[in-house]
Ligand binder design. Structure first.
Ligand SMILES: *Cc1c(COP(=O)(O)O)cnc(C)c1O
Length: 351
């Protein structure tokens, strides 16, 4: 008999998190104004709080991580410029070709399996303008790295890349969609990652549980131009304080608890290893568990479909690979329930 499902446990992504009660109260009480006129006090407060937290002069509240990334590149590069990206990065793979179509830049992708560029190779990949070459003007970094693994990149590595960039007079941008996870994992502040980079983006709508929103930080001049680029993309929003109110709660209340998600990811990973799955514990560094099914001998589609029947949602990333992401709506008890369900799916294979 199929057990009735009491609750869906959604491990596909931390973007599925719903706003907290405190966010809902903040949203309903938010004082708002027209943000395109620069008159929304709640947006202003969020941007000020974020700039201080990241140790940058200014911040811009935008609709999504994708928009933040695109605006950053539009602001820092000219059409035809080359930019260096990780071959597995979000900005290169998952933004609908925006680098080419919206920004008009030429991405030069470099492999970096653990998320860290080889510094000597990086130097060789930087082009200087001549009659035939377009100059490299930007290096893009990502932390946590690889949305299917969540690897934590150290402030030291980021600093080293930024120093190489500066020695060639080019800029650096850090896509820190999950930078708060990286900071909590290392016990440092998000500003520690940003000292040398020119601009950084982060998402409020992932582990921090906001309904909508991302932030882009940099100098006053950068943010002023980024604000114009946001407008160009149709991203000027009016009483956005309704959304910013949740963002302030996220920055003030939701960061430290990410440690629980990391603990639960570890718990899940250890349980899966015991059940015979291919999980590299060294790579379980934040809230994402990359699970290989090779040793289980079941395809990802079938395995995920079985799990779904038991109320567990996971994300297929390849024929024999899935991803599980922990977040505030998944408790340690849910991890236990998930492992029980996984065990039942394995039994199904034997039947
Ligand atoms: C999620 C994510 C983005 C995009 O954020 P959206 O808000 O979904 O557009 C960009 N970069 C990385 C690394 C991400 O994980």
């Amino acid at each position: 008999m199929v057990k009735p499902i009491n609750k869906i446990i959604d491990l596909r992504s931390d973007t599925v998190t719903t706003p907290t009660e405190q966010m809902r109260v903040a949203i309903s009480n938010a004082i708002v104004g027209d943000d395109v006129f620069g008159e929304d006090p709640t947006v202003y407060r969020l941007e000020r709080t974020a700039a201080d937290l990241f140790g940058k002069e200014a911040a811009l509240f935008v609709a999504s991580g994708t928009m933040a990334n695109q605006i950053a590149v539009m602001t820092m590069c000219s059409r035809g410029d080359q930019i260096i990206v990780h071959d597995q990065s979000h900005i290169y793979n998952l933004e609908v070709g925006g680098l080419a179509s919206t920004c008009g830049v030429q991405p030069r992708s470099i492999p970096a399996p653990d998320g860290q560029f080889d510094l000597s190779r990086l130097g060789r990949e930087i082009f200087h303008a001549d009659i035939q070459r377009s100059p490299t003007t930007l290096i893009c970094l990502e932390n946590t790295f690889d949305l299917n693994r969540g690897l934590v990149i150290s402030p030291k590595n980021i600093r080293e890349v930024a120093i190489v960039a500066r020695s060639h007079s080019i800029k650096t941008f850090l896509d820190g969609a999950r930078i708060f996870n990286a900071a909590v994992a290392l016990g440092c502040s998000v500003a520690d990652f940003c000292e040398e980079v020119d601009a950084i983006a982060t998402c409020l709508s992932k582990g921090l549980a906001c309904p909508v929103g991302s932030l882009l930080m940099g100098t006053v001049g950068f943010v002023a131009e980024a604000r114009r680029m946001r407008q160009r993309l149709g991203g000027g929003w009016r009483q956005a304080g309704i959304l910013a109110a949740a963002g302030i709660v996220a920055l003030e209340e939701m960061v430290q608890r990410l440690a629980e998600d990391h603990y639960n990811a570890r718990l899940l990973a250890e349980g899966l290893i015991q059940l015979g799955f291919d999980v590299d514990l060294r790579q379980v560094q934040s809230n994402i568990v990359h699970v290989g099914l090779n040793s289980i001998g079941m395809g990802a589609d079938i395995f995920c479909a079985h799990l779904l029947e038991l109320g567990i949602k996971t994300k297929v990333i390849a024929q024999q690979e899935i991803r599980m992401v922990t977040h505030k709506d998944v408790s340690s008890a849910d991890i236990k329930t998930t492992l029980d369900a996984v065990r039942m799916c394995l039994d199904k294979k034997i039947e």
